[in-house]
Structures are given as C-alpha cells and as structure tokens.
Design a protein around this ligand. Structure first.
Ligand code: GLU
Ligand code: MG
Length: 434
C-alpha cells in the first residue's frame, strides 16, 4: 500500500460564478501531464451554487467540455499534515478544446479588462486586499478588539498561514485581531490585478485549510449574524501611467483618477452584484458599520464607499503610495469579475471626464436633505434589490453578454434559495462554505 504521507496531489481549480474554488486532482504520477495539458472540465460546474445546486436556467446544460489550463505562477502548496497528503492547488483559466477562449471564464475576463485599461487609457493598476474573516472554535475567555490577547489566540494559525503562503511566494503585509468577536484580518501586498486576484483565492484557501488543521473553522461570510461585525474584503487599487503613480496629488484625486472613480460611482449598481455576491452580503451594507454603503468617495473616510488613502506626500505634494479603497466588497465575490467590473466602470468614467466631490464626513450624519443635495444614494439593501438595479447591458459591455447571463442565473438561484430563509438560517448555511 502507498504511504499516504508520501503522496502529493495536484489540484487544478478555478473560482466559479459563485466565488467558490472547485476543480479536480491528480496523483503525483499524472502531475507532469496535467501541468502541461490541463484537465477536461464540465462547463455546467461553473454555475454550481453554494449548496451544490446548478440553477435550472443556467446556459450550460449537461453538454460540452472545456479544459482547465493551469497557470503555474498561481500555485499554493498545502503541506502534508496529520495523515493528510500534500495538496498543491494551481489556478486555471478555461479554454475550449481547440484552444479558443471560453467566454465564461472569469480569469480570462479580468485579463481582457487589464488589456483594455492599457490599450484604451494607457494605464496599469496595482491591487492589494484587506481580508476580514471569522474563526469559530477558539473559545476565547475575552476578546478585546485589537489586543495582544486576541492576537495571541490566533497567532499559531497566523504563523502557519504566513509560512505556507511564503513558501508559495505569497507575502502578506499585516495580520491583526479585528474589532468583532473572533474576527481577524490580513492584508496582502499589492500586485497586478490578475496576480492579486489569484492571491486572494489562494490566501483564502490557505486560511481555511490552516484553520481545519487546528480544529477551527475560518469563514469569510460577510455577516456571521445580523448584528455581528461584518467581514469585508476591501479592494485597494492604484493607477499608473508609464509606471508613474497617478492616483492622488495634494490630498485629492488627479485628473486621471477622478473620472475613473466617477465611472465607478455612476455604475456601481452594475458592479455591486459582483463585489457583493451572496444574499448575506447585503446585510453588511448598512450605515454606521464602517462599510461605506453611500455611493461616494471621501478622503480618509471609512463611511464612504470609496476611501482615498493618500499616505505620505513627497516633496511635490504627490502621493506615490496612495490607494483607493473600494469597501463595498466581501469574501464571497468572484474576485476576477469584481476587478474586471471595477476596471470596466472606471474606463467608462475616463470617457466622460466628470469628477466626484469629496465626501469627508459620515453621510448618515449629514441628514436626508443634505444627502439629497449632494446626490448621495444608498447601495441596494438586499440581493433582489441589487438584481433589480443591475444593468445587464452595461455589465455585458465589460464582461461579455454570455458571462453576465450565466452569472445572473446563479444570483437568481441564490435569491430563490436564501431570500426565503431567515437571515440567521441563511448565515448558518453560507458560513459553512464561504
Ligand atoms: N468590518 C468592516 C467591514 O465590514 C471594516 C472595518 C475596517 O475599517 O477595517 O467592511
Ligand atoms: Mg478591517
């Protein structure tokens, strides 16, 4: 009998239209072949939802076959542990058998958006993430927010995750105990959008796997319970022209970033169903929750949907380290589609050349009349509301009509299943998988 500890599996996977990593694995002796040629895969599997139900109106049916083609730059080596063999997870793009691109592949859609950003606007982007998550099973006696005690409680898991990621070339910037009970956060170092998105998927998987090894359960559920602190996955992005940062100058946006941000504000109803994928996501988008549910941008404002974080200015008043933090996003998202939608909307904004105002105060405290005067609207407060406000034509111009239609079928199925449950029941089901 083979000694399981010596076995090493290779898992070829992809983040599906419900933001879940799925795929299949091969044993060591098939590794070389799978890395070179990829593996066949079922198109309909892209639309399996969080409860393993394939939406009845999905466009794939039971037919067809695609290939999952691995990108060896996006690999995570999960070590052997406690009788479990080592498991190398590698992320894939999907292609048709004649090597033509498959129009439903989120990774391909993000690459296309990055290419458009460069070709149409001469811009590149760097992206970093703050991931908040909850850990079950710690049985802490007390959990003072941001304390040494809370940080120490999680440090064995954090240490393990940092080591596993570092071995796969993924570095993290920071790790902390967050505000909520048994809530933690890690931040990733900035990278180009595709590499950053790959790292989100792999980092989340490393945290989940690490937690399992310690007998814990880690979840990126946006709202573990209706009154609990929310788990956001904030997207920090910055823009570059010819390698030079053009995100901020003199404590505000530049003539490049201002219209880009305005495009996101104008189109946000067609972005949010990608950044806030689940029915549970919308419980988080409430005022006074440090989330930013009002559609605006604000300097250092954590109640604005986009926070400008200028960091240190240089001698000329520019902010080479500045980032824009999109806060209305969470860990259920398909991160490739979330980034591709943000880029698509930003590019539309660049064509229109309008600039946003700085909302530096908490919009909730401004009062209804002042919000009306400033034109501040609230993000959708439920998945059905979000789907009503979504403009499929606009999203199709960024991602392709086929992909958007397949994505909508999944969200309609989510609404059908989870909007007929109580919020508590839905949170219980969803935190097992997200
Ligand atoms: N937990 C908040 C959220 O749901 C964010 C808190 C923070 O500013 O880090 O997004
Ligand atoms: Mg945080």
């Amino acid at each position: 009998m083979t000694d399981m500890r010596k076995q090493r599996f290779l898992f070829l996977g992809h983040q599906d239209l419900s933001g879940m990593l799925r795929g299949r694995s091969v044993p060591q002796e098939r590794r070389k072949m799978a890395l070179a040629q990829g593996l066949p895969w079922v198109p309909g599997n892209y639309s399996i939802g969080p409860t393993n139900i394939i939406p009845a109106d999905n466009p794939f049916g039971q037919q067809g076959e695609i290939r999952l083609l691995p990108d060896q730059d996006a690999m995570l080596a999960l070590p052997a542990h406690d009788g479990k063999p080592a498991f190398d997870v590698v992320l894939c793009s999907a292609r048709l058998h004649d090597d033509a691109p498959w129009p439903y592949c989120p990774r391909t859609a993000l690459k296309a958006a990055m290419d458009r950003l460069e070709e149409e606007a001469g811009l590149t982007m760097k992206v970093g993430f703050e991931h908040e998550f909850s850990v079950k099973g710690l049985n802490q006696i007390a959990h003072p927010a941001y304390s040494v005690a809370s940080g120490r409680t999680i440090s064995p898991l954090a240490g393990h995750v940092l080591q596993v990621l570092a071995k796969s070339g993924i570095r993290l910037e920071q790790f902390q105990a967050e505000y909520g009970t048994d809530q933690f956060e890690i931040s990733s170092t900035p990278a180009d959008p595709l590499a950053a998105a790959d790292r989100v998927v792999l980092t989340q998987e490393a945290i989940r796997d690490g937690a399992r090894l310690f007998g814990l359960h880690a979840s990126f559920i946006p709202k573990p319970a209706p009154n609990a602190a929310g788990n956001g996955v904030h997207i920090h992005f910055s823009l570059y022209r010819k390698g030079q940062p053009v995100t901020a100058a003199r404590d505000w946006l530049t003539d490049v970033s201002a219209p880009f941000v305005q495009g996101i504000l104008d189109h946000v109803e067609s972005i949010v169903p990608f950044t806030c994928l689940s029915a549970n996501s919308y419980l988080r988008l409430r005022p006074n929750s440090w989330v930013g549910p009002y559609v605006c941008v604000g300097l250092r404002n954590r109640e604005a949907m986009i926070r400008l974080v200028p960091r240190q200015p240089d001698g000329d008043g520019r902010h080479p380290q500045a980032s824009l933090e999109f806060r209305a996003s969470d860990g259920t998202a398909n991160v490739y589609l979330a980034l591709a939608a943000l880029i698509g909307a930003g590019l539309d904004g660049l064509k229109r050349q309008k600039a946003p105002i700085n909302v530096a105060k908490n919009p909730e405290l401004l009062g209804g009349q002042e919000r009306k005067r400033l034109g501040l609207r609230l993000l959708p407060q439920s998945l059905p509301e979000a789907l009503n406000a979504f403009d499929a034509k606009v999203a199709a111009s960024w991602l392709g009509a086929e992909l958007v239609e397949a994505y909508l079928a999944c969200r309609r199925e989510d609404a059908r299943q989870f909007c007929n449950m109580s919020d508590e029941e839905a949170a219980t089901v969803l935190q097992r998988v997200y």
